[in-house]
Design a protein around this ligand. Structure first.
Ligand code: NAP
Ligand code: MG
Length: 403
């Protein structure tokens, strides 16, 4: 078979620990034999981030802005222990945080459905995608531990001298206060990313807040979504036969349990944090979840939803066998290759991405899987494979499909 030729390079971001080991095997077994891979390689492994004072992460983010499509391996976000372990010059920031800040995006997470890994919610026939606003609210808050009797005020001082002041509470005794913010521009790009993604996936999109209680804060989110939808997207949604639907967050939670899936659920930052863990665990496993960061100007960065699987890596270093699930990382590659194929008009690349995903799912459905899935599958007598053997089994299924 002739290798598929690419036009534009993919931005490739390598990572850390067990997922870095999987990354190489995936490329050797599932990519290089079939594609004449054009990629601009950035090593986001912690040693090289440290060596370059994290410049490599910024370079990778700017390259993603330039080329439009990236694939990223999981990376370590250093804490005090990691600073010691890797003898770091500094506690470098989360690469995902840096990428999100530069690309200004929304994170979309979708479970990968396989027969034999059944969702806990029996009517969830199709995947539910969570679109999480990744800026502000409680994640960028300021808090005060109130020591005793006194008055809490919220004050805004405009550059032009105007002052807006509200009393938060008259305290009789100790308590707590929290101040948080968001910006119109961040909410606007969240809304556009969501509507673009819904059009791209041809799926309905739901958005929910608590605007009946939060009459200015949450209401602003509702209004911005509504204004942008009416002005920029309504006609395109109607033409695509999809719907934008707004409701209250508690109503959305009740409805989601009764729906059959196949929708995108846009969530404010905190709701998205909580609901994406609920949806992913109800669908089976974090290792069966795709994740893509979509920027308002149309850049796509694909990754796995899980971390670097440190515990498995330490076993690997000791020479022990590991059975680490590579499905989410494989789907990061297929997501990126498919998008590159679509943008460059290379049908073979799109079709290769489809076939590799089918081969991955077929391999599991034939009973061959990693240990995490064997523990939850309804398939009788599954064959548990080690990390490398699982990827090689997928290659066999893929070669059958391609021949
Ligand atoms: P993790 O990598 O998500 O793994 C936590 C546990 O979940 C594993 O020990 C394993 O359980 C299970 N697991 C996760 N992915 C799996 C897979 N593909 N196959 C099989 N089992 C899987 O989280 P962590 O080990 O606590 O974090 C390690 C590092 O990842 C941290 O330094 C963190 O900063 C980083 N991280 C990166 C990202 C990212 O780059 N997007 C996201 C989150 C965390 P068992 O051990 O029970 O088998
Ligand atoms: Mg969380």
């Amino acid at each position: 078979m002739e290798k598929i030729i690419m036009k534009t390079p993919l931005v490739e971001m390598d990572g850390d620990e067990m997922t870095r080991i999987l990354w190489k095997i995936i490329k050797d077994e599932l990519i290089y034999p079939f594609i004449d891979l054009r990629s601009e390689y950035y090593d986001l492994g912690l040693p090289y981030r440290n060596e370059t004072d994290d410049k490599v992460t910024f370079d990778a983010a700017y390259a993603t802005k330039k080329y439009g499509v990236a694939v990223k391996c999981a990376t370590i976000t250093p804490n005090a222990e990691r600073v010691k372990e890797y003898d770091l010059k500094e506690m470098w920031k989360s690469p995902n945080g840096t990428l999100r800040a530069i690309l200004d995006g929304t994170v979309f997470r979708t479970p990968i459905k396989v027969n034999g890994i059944e969702p806990c919610v029996k009517n969830w026939e199709k995947p539910i995608t969570i679109a999480r606003h990744a800026y502000g609210d409680v994640y960028k808050n300021v808090e005060i531990r109130v020591p005793g009797k006194g008055t809490a005020k919220l004050v805004f001082q405009g550059e032009d001298g105007t002052t807006i002041e509200e009393t938060v509470f008259e305290f009789d005794g100790p308590g707590v206060i929290q101040g948080m913010h968001n910006t119109d521009s961040s909410i606007e790009s969240f809304a556009r990313s969501c509507f673009n993604y819904a059009l791209d996936q041809k799926e309905d999109i739901w958005f929910a807040t608590k605007d009946t209680i939060s009459k200015k804060y949450d209401h602003r989110f509702k209004d911005i979504f509504n204004e942008i939808y009416e002005a920029e997207y309504k006609e395109r949604f109607e033409a695509a036969g999809i719907e934008y639907f707004y409701t209250l967050i508690d109503d959305a939670v009740a409805r989601i349990m009764k729906c059959s899936g196949g929708i995108i659920w846009a969530c404010k930052n905190y709701d998205g944090d909580v609901m994406s863990d609920m949806v992913s665990s109800a669908f089976g496993s974090l290792a069966m979840m795709t994740s893509v960061l979509v920027s308002p100007d149309g850049c796509f960065e694909y990754e796995a939803a899980h971390g670097t699987v440190m515990r498995h890596y330490y076993r690997y270093l000791k020479g022990e066998s590991t059975s680490t699930n590579s499905v989410a990382t494989i789907f990061a590659w297929t997501g990126a290759l498919r998008k590159r194929g679509e943008l460059d008009g290379i049908n073979e690349l799109v079709s290769f991405a489809d076939k590799l995903e089918e081969a991955t799912i077929d391999t599991i459905e034939s009973g061959k899987m990693t240990k995490d899935l064997a523990l939850i599958t309804t398939i009788k007598d599954p064959v548990v494979l080690d990390s490398e053997a699982f990827i090689k089994a997928i290659r066999e299924t893929l070669e059958d499909k391609l021949s």
